[in-house]
Design a protein around this ligand. Structure first.
Ligand SMILES: Nc1nc2c(ncn2[C@@H]2O[C@H](COP(=O)(O)OP(=O)(O)OP(=O)(O)O)[C@@H](O)[C@H]2O)c(=O)[nH]1
Length: 342
């Protein structure tokens, strides 16, 4: 639960606003009920039910955009209804709604929601004591909306920038290891749930240290950037490339059968041999490949790919080694043991 609150910004906003609204509105619902103002009390209860419903929907379905929009529309229109029923209190309730709509919905929709709520409130002229009060309310509401827009816009762009810095490798522009950990964990969970087929290829440039030592780190960096561009050009949009560290990359290939996997990786090997160059010649890479097997965790999956890569390096580099499933491996070892006993 805390993990979802930490990683899903909109969900955390919906939960926080929902909890604040419940704490703020419940005493009024009770008070109005005790006062005998049943209609207003029922409206408060309906508002509370709507808020609880949209927060619950965001948690259960994960569709936070829809729930956020629903919450923004519902709270603003509730303030207008409260204005119609009780007069001035509706004006005060509208102000927090004008601010929060920018955190719940997209800026355009939030502007639309706010302008509609302000106009609907102004249309009920009997709420205001004078024209001056009405226009003061309108001016105040527009200023609050504009300030909330600027704040929400800056907050969103800084959040996007932080997310980019935290997940993207600055040199090559591909996702980093932190991002890889999340996606591999998601792939394992998805395979367990719906039986999806996932494979990873661990790629490591051969003798990269020599390139750095002979031609300098600038040339080494360009080789890394070029390799990423070549891999991205020759794989599917749904395949994901991550920088694992140094000159090592992980390519995650979803929904790729054994034959397809071999075709893609053989082609990638040819492409790198042909087009990846440093000033003294061609650059090659070694591949360790592992298909996710049932009930395997991320560490075991990566471990098998890593062992296959090690084998590729040991076999002279510039080759692709496919990891065996542990059971296959054990069965073969067992049959070899049986054979040597007979
Ligand atoms: N230019 C550059 N070099 C890097 C970067 N990250 C790691 N390296 C270098 O990559 C080299 C990796 O060397 P090794 O681990 O010995 O691997 P290798 O020389 O490719 O040897 P094999 O993998 O066995 O073929 C080291 O010299 C690191 O300094 C980077 O971002 N840019």
């Amino acid at each position: 639960m805390f993990y979802r609150l930490k990683t899903d910004f909109r969900l955390s906003i919906i939960t926080l606003l929902g909890a604040s609204a419940i704490l703020g509105i419940t005493p009024f619902a009770v008070y109005r009920f005790l006062q005998g103002n049943l209609l207003a009390a029922v409206v408060d209860v309906v508002i509370l039910a709507g808020i609880v419903g949209s927060v619950a929907c965001a948690w259960v379905t994960g569709r936070t955009k829809r729930s956020g929009l629903f919450l923004a529309v519902m709270t603003s229109s509730s303030a207008v209804v409260v204005g119609a029923l009780t007069g001035e209190p509706g004006l005060f309730w509208l102000f927090p709604c004008l601010v929060t709509s920018f955190f719940l919905a997209s800026p355009r929709l939030a502007i639309l929601i706010n302008l509609s709520a302000i106009s609907a409130m102004m249309a009920q002229t009997e709420i205001f004591r004078s024209l001056v009060q009405m226009w003061s309310f309108a001016a105040g509401a527009v200023v609050v909306s504009a300030s909330a827009y600027v704040f929400a816009f800056r907050n969103e762009s800084q959040r996007e920038r932080l997310e980019h810095l935290a997940t993207i490798d600055p040199l090559t522009g591909v996702r980093n290891r932190r991002s890889m950990d999340q996606e591999l964990a998601w792939a394992v969970a998805n395979a367990d749930r719906s039986g999806g087929v996932y494979s990873i290829a661990l790629l490591d440039i051969d003798h990269f240290k020599q390139i750095n030592d002979r031609y300098g780190h600038g040339v080494g960096d360009s080789v890394l950037v070029e390799m990423v561009a070549l891999i991205q050009q020759h794989t599917r949009r749904t395949d994901r490339l991550f920088r694992y560290g140094g000159e090592e990359f992980v390519l995650l290939l979803p929904d790729t059968c054994d034959e397809g996997l071999k075709t893609v990786l053989n082609n990638l090997q040819q492409v790198l041999r042909k087009y990846l160059r440093h000033p003294g010649g061609t650059v090659t890479a070694s591949f360790g490949v592992a298909q996710l097997i049932k009930r395997e965790d991320v560490d075991a999956w990566l471990g098998r790919a890593d062992a296959a890569l090690y084998q590729a390096k040991e076999s002279g580099r510039d080759c692709i080694i496919y990891a065996q499933a542990p059971s296959e491996h054990t069965e073969k070892a067992a049959s070899r043991a049986e054979y040597s006993l007979t």
